[in-house]
Design a protein around this ligand. Structure first.
Ligand SMILES: *Cc1c(COP(=O)(O)O)cnc(C)c1O
Ligand SMILES: [Zn+2]
Length: 423
């Protein structure tokens, strides 16, 4: 065995095709996202032998970012190829006090707010922009509910790429500022995310945007693969094994389907011993089309008009809805949803018991976890990982009115005494 014969394979992407998730048709890798036969969504397919060449040692010797899993990703095999703020490597926190409060035996929080732009979206963006550059695009763009906007603008700034980011005009102020500050073009659209997304699909077809990679439109198959790294990381951090249950916030449903895909791949390539896992979805009641379909036992997801505080999850017409339903049903999980006040209480409960201040999506997960436990859908005795996908500082308004100093005093001992601090 010499390095000379190994090098070419080692640097080859394990991806070999785009496959239609609807009809199974295969297409060459490229900037396309819809099946030419049935218009179904395309997903990256892999050569099983090439995927199988990764092992624990080679991953553990890699960078402390999601790029340690490059051997399981379609792009970025060589460091020079990567567009990256080095996301990933976020803490998996043992949540014993939260577990005790909920009557659970073993609970972990995967805290993906600890990414460079403070949400899990850095994972999908790093992979999508790497793909965009490898595919020869000169500009990057996205339709966003907020966190994607932050991450695309930041990654573009780091790589020196032009960016055009489209968001609903009523986005949280923090997410507007955290996008605009990176200096790209930020377009506020007077409409819902679904309106923004439709507009981007139309723009992507125009001559003016021909050289533009829309991360969640024409390079979506690559974007989606970035979410797998959250699943890989959880397994590695547990000592190369799968959790029995995982609770995942759901907007388009992409993250949920990709964590499920990641767990499956890990077993297939022998990085973990195969063991059963259950995938649970968490939605905001103000935008719960997948949860509603689940409750009614339907396969078809009826679009809704989103409302509610969890704006990062407000996708009323979720592209991966049917596939999320499939992953949940196939693994024996469930999907439920929580209302705005429950979401606020979820944020506070998580903060008070773990020291993690989550954005509204994290509150959705904690609140939905409670409901799933109460309904008997989730086993309190089985090891469970919940995902916090964003930082509370991004959505301060959601809880600002409920939080204040315990007491305000004069800077004197008398002031302290009068406030009861010396009793
Ligand atoms: C985008 C996002 C998700 C999940 O989105 P999917 O479209 O379902 O992949 C979850 N949490 C936060 C905070 C997000 O920004
Ligand atoms: Zn098809």
């Amino acid at each position: 065995m010499t390095l000379l014969t190994e090098a070419p394979t080692a640097l080859r992407s394990p991806a070999d095709s785009l496959r239609c998730r609807n009809c199974g048709a295969q297409f060459p890798l490229g900037p396309v996202h819809a099946c030419a036969d049935c218009f179904g969504p395309l997903e990256v397919g892999y050569d099983a032998d090439l995927l199988g060449r990764v092992d624990r040692a080679s991953i553990e010797a890699g960078p402390r970012s999601l790029w340690r899993y490059a051997g399981l990703l379609p792009v970025g095999q060589q460091p020079a190829d990567r567009v990256t703020l080095d996301p990933g490597g976020t803490p998996l926190v043992r949540a014993d006090r939260l577990a005790a409060e909920l009557g659970m035996r073993s609970l972990w929080v995967k805290d993906d707010s600890a990414n460079p732009t403070h949400s899990f979206k850095d994972r999908v963006v790093s992979v999508a922009l790497t793909a965009a550059r490898q595919l020869g695009f000169s500009r990057v763009a996205c339709a966003s509910t907020g966190n994607l906007a932050n991450s695309v603008a930041a990654h573009a700034a780091r790589a020196g790429l032009d960016s055009v980011v489209f968001v609903p005009a009523d986005l949280e102020p923090a997410k507007i500022v955290q996008t605009a500050v990176y200096g790209g073009t930020l377009v506020a659209v007077e409409g819902s995310y679904d309106d923004v997304n439709r507009l981007c699909s139309q723009l992507a077809e125009t001559d003016e945007f021909e050289r533009t990679a829309f991360v969640n439109v024409n390079v979506r198959p690559y974007y989606a693969e970035g979410s797998k790294t959250l699943g890989y990381e959880v397994a590695e951090q547990l000592g190369w094994r799968l959790p029995e249950q995982v609770v995942i916030p759901v907007a388009s449903g992409s993250l949920l389907t990709k964590v499920d895909k990641a767990f499956g791949e890990l077993g297939k390539v022998g990085l973990v011993e195969s063991s059963p896992w259950k995938v649970f979805g968490a939605q905001s009641s103000g935008c719960a089309p997948i949860s509603a379909a689940y409750a009614l036992g339907r396969d078809v997801v009826e679009p809704v008009r989103p409302t509610g505080v969890a704006k990062s999850l407000n996708i009323g017409n979720p592209a991966d809805g049917p596939y999320a339903l499939d992953a949940v049903r196939r693994t024996g999980g469930a999907i439920a949803d929580a209302g705005d006040d429950e979401i606020r209480e979820g944020i506070e409960l998580l903060a008070r018991t773990t020291g993690i201040f989550a954005e509204t999506a994290g509150g959705v997960v904690v609140a939905t976890l409670r409901k799933l436990l109460a309904a008997g859908a989730l086993d309190p005795a089985a090891e469970t990982v919940i995902l916090n996908t964003g930082d509370g500082l991004k959505t301060l308004d959601a809880v600002a009115g409920r939080q204040a100093p315990t007491v305000t005093i004069k800077p004197t001992l008398r002031g302290a005494r009068e406030a009861g601090l010396l009793d």
